[in-house]
Design a protein around this ligand. Structure first.
Ligand SMILES: Nc1ncnc2c1ncn2[C@@H]1O[C@H](COP(=O)(O)OP(=O)(O)OP(=O)(O)O)[C@@H](O)[C@H]1O
Ligand SMILES: [Mg+2]
Length: 373
């Protein structure tokens, strides 16, 4: 039976007493439920690998505790933690057959031969490599996706309590990645092992995970389901990491009941208070905030419409189900190019044309400017 995995105020400082300490994990506290497929997402260097290696016991945490069920695993040596790990570079042993690659963890545990054969066969079936196992080549005779499966089989073969996957799909091409991420979900659900899947690809994290945590500079910014993070991001950083968020620089004009009035250049926009993702004291008149709108919340028009801002179309991309307009706005209201997804081509609008951008009613959110990057 799987158990919960809980991090309690975990800190990791590399080179703590040296000249250049790196504070890689800061007060990390959360619980991964028994049997959950949990994704860790965040930009390069945010501490994802550090958290996995600490969980596996390959790094010693500086303070805090890690609990598996009611057992504190923080000080248990790595070989006694019973954790399966697929590393960021999942290097298989090229001089061994795939059978021996997968059997490795069992051989180390001095498992009898008959049991090794049974377990390897079972786990290779689970990852869909029964035919390859019959041929039993060296890993160099397999495709990238097949090698990836061998790496997963190798981590699963000794029935680990926890499975840790560090960017397991990073070396695969886009199509195979999409296929393998569904496979990983299937395999994880079939085994029901408490699993952490690390990626810096938000689409992958949203597609694979039961829940995800967004990490930034060693700090957990938010935890939730894909839908919670997409529709209720806690701050500007999360909103623009889980999907695209366009930001307009704006100043609060005042509060009117449940509506916040914001000024964007000469235009005024109203945002419901419930869509404010910043502290209420940010809503006093004169405060600078960001109005956030996802690409599908905006409209491109050829002619000015009420509460619109003007911009210039840079690129139009037809992406099948929608058309993406990249629009340059006045730099005083947006630092970055806006992305707007329209259900079809907007008649009479071409690249380099001036257009007007408006926000659909009651969908924009307000964010504090702090910690946006
Ligand atoms: N052995 C080490 N000694 C000192 N600093 C380290 C060590 N390993 C990692 N770091 C630093 O700790 C921070 C977190 O690194 P980590 O490898 O956990 O990031 P990551 O989120 O896995 O990044 P990536 O997406 O690039 O794999 C980084 O600033 C990194 O430079
Ligand atoms: Mg890493």
């Amino acid at each position: 039976m799987s158990q919960n995995l809980t991090y309690e105020a975990v800190d990791k400082i590399y080179d703590e007493k040296g000249k250049n300490p790196v504070h890689a994990l800061k007060d990390v506290s959360f619980t991964i439920n028994a049997g959950e497929l949990f994704c860790l997402l965040g930009p390069s260097g945010c501490g994802k690998t550090t958290l996995l290696r600490s969980t596996a016991g390959l790094e010693t945490i500086s303070s805090g505790r890690m609990m598996y069920g009611d057992v504190d695993i923080s000080t248990i040596p790595p070989y006694k933690r019973n954790i399966g790990m697929v590393f960021q570079s999942f290097a298989l042993y090229p001089h061994m057959t795939i059978f021996e690659n997968v059997a490795y963890g069992l051989r180390v545990r001095k498992t009898p031969d008959a049991e090794v054969k049974r377990k390897v066969t079972e786990v290779m079936e689970l990852v869909g490599l029964q035919e390859e196992l019959k041929r039993n080549p060296s890993p160099t005779g397999l495709s990238g996706g097949q090698q990836q499966r061998v790496a997963i089989a190798r981590a699963l073969v000794y029935d680990p309590d926890i499975l840790l996957l560090d960017e397991p799909l990073a070396n695969l091409d886009a199509k195979l990645r999409r296929y393998m991420r569904a496979e990983i979900r299937r395999i994880q659900k079939a085994t029901n092992i408490t699993t952490i899947f690390v990626t810096h690809d938000q689409e992958e994290a949203m597609a694979v995970g039961d829940r995800l945590a967004v990490l930034k500079k060693g700090v957990v910014e938010q935890i939730g389901t894909s839908d919670e993070l997409y529709t209720q991001p806690r701050n500007a950083f999360v909103s623009n990491f889980i999907g695209k968020m366009n930001f307009l620089e704006s100043t609060i004009a005042g509060l009117d009941g449940d509506m916040v009035h914001c000024k964007i250049n000469g235009t005024e926009l109203v945002v419901p208070v419930e869509k404010c993702r910043c502290h209420m004291d940010r809503l006093a008149a004169g405060h600078e905030v960001l109005v956030g709108a996802r690409p599908e919340m905006l409209v491109v028009s050829k002619e000015p419409v009420a509460r619109s801002v003007r911009g210039t179309v840079k690129i139009i991309q037809h992406l099948g189900q929608f058309v993406r307009y990249e629009v340059d706005l006045d730099r005083t209201i947006s630092e970055t190019i806006f992305e707007i997804d329209m259900p079809g081509m907007v008649r009479g609008v071409h690249e380099h044309d001036d257009v007007y951008i408006s926000v659909k009613p009651d969908v924009a959110a307000l964010f504090s400017k702090e910690g946006r990057e």
